[in-house]
Structure formats: structure tokens, C-alpha cells
Design a protein around this ligand. Structure first.
Ligand code: CA
Length: 234
């Protein structure tokens, strides 16, 4: 069986040991780096399937490490950070990280995030569309027909609303920053103000969610962006 290789970049030895132990016992192959430079060198020599990256490293800034790796590799990077500031998360995601975990985090959360990121990196087909419809909690999106149903009932979205939902669904389980959504829907010259996105999201929730105040499909990560519920595991 092919084991996935995880590169853990973390300068605190006890955290690194903890993550290694958890991942090894779940059949991952794990390597550790304790500095940014070591991370860059192992990222290229090991070709890990996924990288877990602490932002606070002794030599390089974590954001710089993400940018360097992103310049040649599309493999998932999950940021692990004690930083609770939303700006840091946004910066990391916009630099190319796929997701983040805030310390302290639980074992099941760590494993779930890794599974989600690995699944995403393997499922996008040649035309950029997912090969299968998105299905979660009664919501179904057929990306080829551009149909959305909730419990079998057709949902009528405007083209802009559809683009937002499809983009979030294609990245389900991962947080997408406001600017990533804005860029995808309105292009790189979109206004930097998120108001138009928030207005569209309110309309989307009114159409999709049973109770828009307590969404079950699209969650807000305050100050960061939106996360769409991960697909049902079949
Ligand atoms: Ca650190």
C-alpha cells in the first residue's frame, strides 16, 4: 500500500513528536523539519504529499516558506499556528496555504483536515471540474448541468450566486478567504470591499439554508472567509 508522506515543519519538539506519533499510528510516513531552511530543502528532496507548517519558525517567516514552496509545488500546505490573529490566517491562505489549524487542536481535527486536503489535491479532473457531483446533507450540486437541489427540490440561484457556491463546494471542507472568493467570481480587479460578497451570501443562505442564521452548508469564519461543509463520505 502506498503511504502518504507528511512533512511536519515545527520547531517545538514536543508538538512535532505528538503530531508524528498520531500520524504514524494512522499509517502516514512522517518527516520533521525544525527550521524554514530545512523545510524548503526537505520539501524538494522528499516530495511530501502534504506539508504541516508552523508559522513561527526560528529562521524564516512561515509566510515566506509558503510562498517559496508555492512557486514550484501545488501540494497541500496546512498551516499550524498559535497565532489567533485573523490577519495571519488570511495572509497564509492568500500566500497559498490550503487550510489552517489553530493550536491547541485535537487529533481528530488534525486527521480530518489532512484527509480533506489530500482528497482535494487528487480529485480535480483535467477540465478543472470535479468528476462527481457534490453531495452533503441533502444538498447536491451537479457541476456539469449547473443544477443545485436541496432534498430533491431545485434551488434557483443567480449566475453570480451559483459561481460562489460552486467555488466553495469545489473547495469544501477548506476555508476560502473573502479575497479568494472575490477573485474567483469577479476577477482580480474586483473591489476590495467585501460588501457585494456578503450581500450575495445572505441571498444564497436564504435560498439554501433552512435557518439562514444557523447555516448547515456554508459557515462564516469571522474575519477570514467561508467554509463549505465537507462532502458526505460514501
Ligand atoms: Ca514555533
Amino acid at each position: 500500500m502506498h503511504k502518504f508522506t507528511v512533512l511536519v515543519v515545527e520547531d517545538e519538539k514536543n508538538i512535532c513528536d505528538f503530531i508524528s506519533k498520531v500520524l504514524t499510528s494512522h499509517d502516514y510516513r512522517v518527516s520533521c523539519a525544525s527550521t524554514g531552511k530545512e523545510a524548503l530543502s526537505l520539501a524538494s528532496s522528499l516530495c511530501p504529499d502534504i506539508i504541516l507548517l508552523d508559522l513561527g519558525l526560528p529562521d524564516l517567516d512561515g509566510i515566506e516558506v509558503i510562498q517559496k514552496i508555492r512557486s514550484w509545488s501545488g501540494n497541500p500546505i496546512i498551516v499550524i499556528s498559535a497565532r489567533t490573529l485573523e490577519d495571519d490566517k488570511v495572509q497564509a491562505l492568500d500566500a497559498g496555504a490550503d487550510d489552517y489549524l489553530t493550536k491547541p487542536f485535537g487529533t481528530s481535527e488534525l486527521l480530518a483536515r489532512i484527509r480533506t486536503s489530500l482528497r482535494h489535491s487528487n480529485k480535480i479532473s483535467g477540465n478543472g471540474l470535479p468528476q462527481h457531483p457534490y453531495r452533503a446533507k441533502g444538498l447536491e450540486i451537479d457541476f456539469f448541468k449547473r443544477n443545485i437541489t436541496v432534498n430533491g427540490q431545485a434551488i434557483h440561484l443567480t449566475p453570480i450566486e451559483y459561481k460562489i457556491v460552486a467555488f466553495l463546494a469545489q473547495n469544501s471542507g477548506k476555508v476560502m478567504t473573502y479575497s479568494a472568493v472575490m477573485n474567483n467570481v469577479w476577477g482580480p480587479y474586483a473591489e476590495s470591499d467585501n460588501k457585494i460578497l456578503r450581500v450575495n451570501m445572505a441571498n444564497i443562505r436564504r435560498k439554501l439554508e433552512n435557518n439562514p442564521a444557523q447555516p448547515i452548508y456554508i459557515f462564516t469564519e469571522v474575519g477570514v472567509g467561508y467554509r463549505m461543509v465537507d462532502e458526505d463520505i460514501l
